[in-house]
Design a protein around this ligand. Structure first.
Ligand code: C2E
Ligand code: CA
Ligand code: CA
Length: 527
């Protein structure tokens, strides 16, 4: 079925692009979170390693202070040599000093000294960061202090050495060791001001043995860099995946878009409108009724023929509200002009087989008839012979009620299907519409004539009213009149036209010329 008119290229492109972006965004977000959680895990592991290593250095320092304990309080001249030997036993230790009565009095480097020493300045009585040493030269120190009452032993660790020798497993993160409100940053530099807020993600880990903590972090820029460098294959894969999705949507758009949605939209937008085609009395040639034919006034494509969208409307079930809308539009436009309609005027609506399984049709018919304040008007439902109705309890109930309401049933496209006599009786058919293919045979060879005669004879023998469809020539019109076909419908008289034009024509005296355009009504009295 050619439904391409329902699908412009714009939504196709837009949806392809959107799905491309959606997949790219989803994949990139997943990759980003994965990378971030990887980095956090790495930072956590690195912090654990660092704490373990610093703890070890401090444990070694503690061990050395224990060894120096007997020297505490003794004269520096005797202690200094031993202190130097102890200091040489660890690569991290720069000096070992002795304290007494609040004074540092002996150093492994400077021997006898006298520097005031505040026990309170040690965090947890153990650790202290000194940005500048009172003993000069190598200014930065990380001190470990063992308090022995009036005396004590102090180990000065070189923060640069400590920092350099730590096995940082995470390359390029922001790292620092915090002791109280001071901290050692990159290259072992000691800072007095509070540590800078680490941007991005960071992990802080406290040592369980000593009063310090380690912070590991990475900035957004580092994260992006890591993503670009380490996840390049995954990034490329995301890109390819997104492109493939976009292309697939573009390629398969016709299969995955739903024309039903387009029908629903058009219905909501009032794009399905009725066109009316007059039905003529064969003998008097006056208008006796009209057939209501649906048109889709599409917002971009203009007027669309019903055979292009009716099958889909039937399939989707939307034909029910679409027909209801058609009935409402006809009653709204024609009820106020009911005086223009000839006596016993009939309205024919096309009804599909599926619609006959829906009892709401009865309410729609009742509402339609009630809108007109004239009892002589007739509502005819045209059921095509091409698609026979399956009798069910609902159809039985429906047709019984329709009959009681005075609604007549026409068998459309008569001669093209396989309806039996019992079918005509079961559905209480009142009218037969002889298909255009038979009317087209008029004036052709004798065999065709014979078939046509048989069809007309069958229709008249059944004692039902007959309408010939698709009458285009005067010869066809005359022939059908001679064969007692009651009504005629076709371009010879008028093409289907908008309601206002149909009304205008009814209110005018009959013109004599025949206009070829679909929108023009031809003469309502046709001689
Ligand atoms: P149909 O019920 O057999 O309607 C008659 C079709 O023949 C109409 O085509 C009409 O325009 C066309 N026709 C009338 N006189 C002539 C003529 O002299 N020459 C030619 N060549 N054609 C003529 P249309 O309007 O395109 O409708 C096609 C079919 O679509 C209808 O066939 C009907 O089966 C279906 N249809 C139309 N409106 C509705 C509707 O509201 N509901 C349902 N279920 N089906 C509809
Ligand atoms: Ca019809
Ligand atoms: Ca027909």
């Amino acid at each position: 079925m050619p439904l391409s008119f329902m699908r412009s290229n714009k939504p196709r492109l837009l949806n392809s692009l959107l799905s491309l972006l959606l997949v790219a965004l989803t994949a990139l977000t997943a990759l980003y979170w994965q990378t971030r959680s990887d980095l956090r895990q790495q930072a956590h592991n690195a912090a654990l390693d660092a704490v373990e290593q610093i703890d070890q250095v401090l444990e070694d320092s503690k061990e050395i202070t224990m060894q120096a304990t007997p020297l505490a309080g003794s004269a520096c001249t005797t202690a200094a040599r031993e202190l130097r030997m102890l200091a040489a036993s660890s690569p991290y230790i720069r000096a070992i000093n002795l304290t007494r009565n609040g004074h540092l009095y002996c150093s492994s480097i400077f021997e006898e000294v006298d520097v005031p020493e505040h026990r309170d300045s040690y965090i947890g009585g153990q650790l202290r960061l000194l940005p500048s040493s009172p003993l000069g030269r190598h200014s930065q120190l990380f001190l470990y202090h063992l308090d022995l009452g009036g005396t004590g032993v102090q180990v000065a660790i070189d923060p640069y050495n400590l920092f350099r020798n730590l096995d940082w497993t995470l390359t390029g993160p922001q790292t620092l060791i915090e002791v109280g409100d001071r901290w050692i940053g990159t290259h072992g530099v000691i800072h007095l001001e509070p540590p800078p807020p680490l941007m991005g993600d960071n992990v802080q880990l406290d040592s369980t043995l000593y009063p310090y903590s380690v912070r590991f972090g990475f900035s957004q820029a580092q994260l992006h860099q890591y993503l670009l460098e380490q996840q390049r294959p995954a990034l490329l894969l995301c890109l390819v995946l997104a492109l493939m999705t976009g292309l697939s949507v573009y390629r398969w758009w016709w299969h995955i878009s739903t024309p039903t949605q387009e029908l629903r939209r058009a219905l909501g937008n009032g794009e399905f409108i009725p066109y009316l085609q007059p039905i003529i009395d064969s003998q008097s040639k006056a208008i006796r009724g009209c057939e209501v034919l649906m048109r889709w006034q599409h917002r971009h494509q203009g007027l669309i023929r019903p055979d292009l969208f009716i099958p889909l409307a039937e399939e989707s079930g939307l034909i029910v509200p679409m027909t209801r809308s058609l009935m409402q539009q006809v009653s709204q436009a024609l009820a106020p002009k009911v005086h223009l309609l000839p006596p016993d005027f009939y309205f024919g609506f096309n009804i599909c087989a599926r619609h006959c399984q829906d009892l709401s049709l009865l309410d729609d018919c009742r509402a339609f008839l009630a809108a007109f304040k004239r009892r002589d008007l007739v509502l005819v439902l045209e059921l095509t012979e091409r698609e026979l109705i399956t009798p069910t309890l609902i159809t039985e109930q429906l047709f019984g009620a329709l009959h009681e309401l005075g609604v007549k049933i026409a068998l459309d496209d008569f001669g093209t299907g396989n309806s039996s006599l019992s079918y005509l009786q079961k559905f209480q058919i009142d009218l037969l519409k002889i298909d255009k293919s038979f009317v087209d045979m008029i004036g052709t060879d004798a065999l065709s004539h014979h078939i046509l005669d048989n069809t007309i004879n069958l229709a008249t023998r059944l004692g039902l009213d007959t309408v010939a469809e698709g009458v285009e020539t005067q010869e066809q019109a005359d022939f059908l009149r001679q064969r007692q076909v009651h009504f005629q419908q076709g371009y010879l008289y008028a093409k289907p036209q908008p309601q206002q034009q149909f009304l205008l024509q009814l209110s005018k005296p009959p013109p004599s010329a025949v206009a070829p355009d679909e929108t023009e009504l031809l003469t309502p009295s046709f001689d």
